[in-house]
Design a protein around this ligand. Structure first.
Ligand SMILES: [Fe+2]
Length: 151
């Protein structure tokens, strides 16, 4: 497929790739919290984390496939990801309230990465921007729900 001359697929891919990394990191880090959460709110937190993990996995898939659609290889292997893009939690059991705090921070970090990408894409590719916006809507709703537990 030939893209319009004003589209620069490599430039778009370079903007989208950090979002792929952040979504993969988010899914991995939240899975660790899903397994290790402890406390009176274990069940709802354990289950809600899996919902957000599904959102993160779907996001990484959609973002990576957008990169490939543009004709650029997507990078998703852990070895190719480099340093973590999303904050990590302790390597042990985590109390339910702390789990919510970690999840809040991780989502916030991911949202900031996606917000930056959305701004960078705004003038160069509406389709990629639209994908990022739709993922932001999902993550920002998840963020609101986690935030509401912390009031
Ligand atoms: Fe599970």
């Amino acid at each position: 497929m030939n893209f319009p001359d004003d589209l620069k697929p490599q430039r778009q891919a370079d903007i989208l790739q950090p979002c792929v990394r952040a979504a993969i990191d988010l899914a991995l880090n939240l899975k660790q919290l899903h397994w290790n959460v402890q406390g009176p709110a274990f069940q709802p937190v354990h289950e809600f984390l899996d919902e957000i993990i599904e959102h993160a996995r779907a996001a990484s898939d959609d973002l990576a496939e957008r990169i490939v659609t543009l004709g650029v290889p997507a990078l998703g292997q852990r070895v190719s990801l480099g340093d973590a893009t999303v904050p990590t939690a302790e390597d042990t059991f985590v109390k339910d309230t702390n789990t919510l705090h970690y999840t809040h921070t991780m989502l916030e970090s991911t949202i900031l990465t996606l917000r930056k990408a959305q701004q960078d894409l705004a003038d160069i590719d509406a389709v990629s921007e639209d994908l990022v916006i739709s993922i932001l809507a999902t993550f920002e709703k998840d963020h609101w729900m986690i935030r509401s537990h912390l009031k």
